[in-house]
Design a protein around this ligand. Sequence first.
Ligand code: F6R
Length: 611
Amino acid sequence: MCGIVGYIGKRQAYPIIIKGLKRLEYRGYDSAGVAILNGETRIFKCKGKVSDLEELTKKEDMTGFIGIGHTRWATHGEPNDVNAHPHASMNGHFVIIHNGIIENYSRLKQRLEDRGYIFKSETDTEVLANLIEYIYMKGNVSAEIAVRLALTKVIGAYGIIVICKDEKEQLIAARKGSPLVIGIGDGEYFFASDATPIVEYTHSVIYMNDNNVAVIKNNDLSLKTIHNDTLTPEVHTLDLDIGEIEKGGFDHFMLKEIFEQSRSILDTMRGRVVSDNPEITLGGLYHVMPRLIEAKRIIIIGCGTSWHAGLVGEYLFEEFARIPVEVEYASEFRYRNPVIFKDDVVIAISQSGETADTLAAIKLAKEAGALVLGICNVVGSSIPRETHAGVYTHAGPEIGVASTKAFTAQVTVLAMIAMHLGDKRGTLTKEEYTALIKHLTEIPNKVDKILSKNEEYKEIAALYKNSNNFLYLGRGYYFPVALEGALKLKEISYIHAEGYPAAEMKHGPIALIDEKMPVVVIAVKDNTYDKIVSNIQEVKARKGIVIAIVNEGDTVIKSMADHIMEIPNSDFALAPLLAVIPLQLLSYYIAVMRGCNVDQPRNLAKSVTVE
Ligand code: F6R
């Protein structure tokens, strides 16, 4: 969380930094700030968005070839002007921006206070700035040494960029736990929390690793560990296009990303699903496939929407490959002393590849000797680098804070792995395997068909935009879809929504149903269809409003429900890929009609790099 940007080179830094912060605003947007080094270091910062920062600096001289900027998701201290980054050290030698959390900050702060340091903000970042300065002044060492020594005293996570006013042609950056990418241009360097602010200037990047410190001095880059061991930078070429990170005519990134799903599912299958053979090949798992085929148990970990995709994965793996699966919130898994066997396979799912709890759970599983695989969207992020092997979802950058196309891409990858395992383990017949592959390849066209009914969802949204509560019900494969539908609605429209297995309704939630309660029922045809018809009757008997997702041509539920949203027929195990789409659109339109900021909902951030 929090987005950081830095620039050093021959261009004006300020416009590059502001543009970069706008691209990173999805990571946090409660305050923003910038520091420009031009003889002296000038800091401007305020509560609010990057646009508020632009307003603040409108009449200021922002010239300078070195600068750093920050967009914040508050951890220590409320969002206000003082707590906004950058933070200067007490004697003004250092200015710093930081993404992450310094866990031992209060102990360090106390020690610095004992030595006369006075703090202006409530942040852990100001503590780090003053610690660096204290070491710099007391030890009479260079800025680089002071940064490295200070970081050896820090417990926690950081991505930082540091300016020292005494060493002018220089930027220092360091990373542990929070992502940091360096872009290498022609006589210029860019720093950012992810590659999106960099891609329009250069495609050559270095992904910093934990405990790395990078120093750009007099146009030269040096990379070291915090313990002063010299490293050889590994330069990668970005496979990212500038068009992919712009809105492309849509009102919001979320809408654009919902509409991209036929393409993103297709891209996720591209080169992996061959329908004329038919076969599924997953290059990223090639070396670990023998161990995966023999797995006695799979544990899937993730958070939020990625956890919901994992729940769909549980049904897919158990059904197709007959391997027992447990799905765990990464945050629970890591803290509850889980039993992990050496022959377990752990699959970590994450769009960003940076979620702190998921990363920590991966480390735990690796220490216990399990094979750890990743399903991630952001190439080069921390999770793919921490896992033994994995499969990228090729969904493209997801910028809207609410996850949409990442979910369908994750489920596509899980379906491909489960089907492949089913074939290799002999738990699917060749005919079943062939038929499933055919169904999977038909999904993108079916997604387009659902998207073409956009206006119908808008009309339903208009009717229920003022509801205070929603209930989402589903069974089997559609229970995780119900959870996902409820999460989408609550996070962007701030309407309370709960997802439940439909059969559980009578064990409690049925008490909530009255004539004002919209109940969204995912009633796609599967082996529990008759049961879900009964659940709909139970809701109607209590005068609840039923909005049902049904298969095309379903007349039974049409005659009972207040509204239906039709999806094309498919294999029921793959239908979560279809059923979720009307739910995404329903949430989107309700949120827009309520005047909410759908791309940047309150209190949220895209990449949750704090625990
Ligand atoms: C919901 C949402 C979050 C994320 C969760 C995990 O729309 O976006 O619930 O799914 O924070 O993030 P990743 O997938 O990046 O690990």
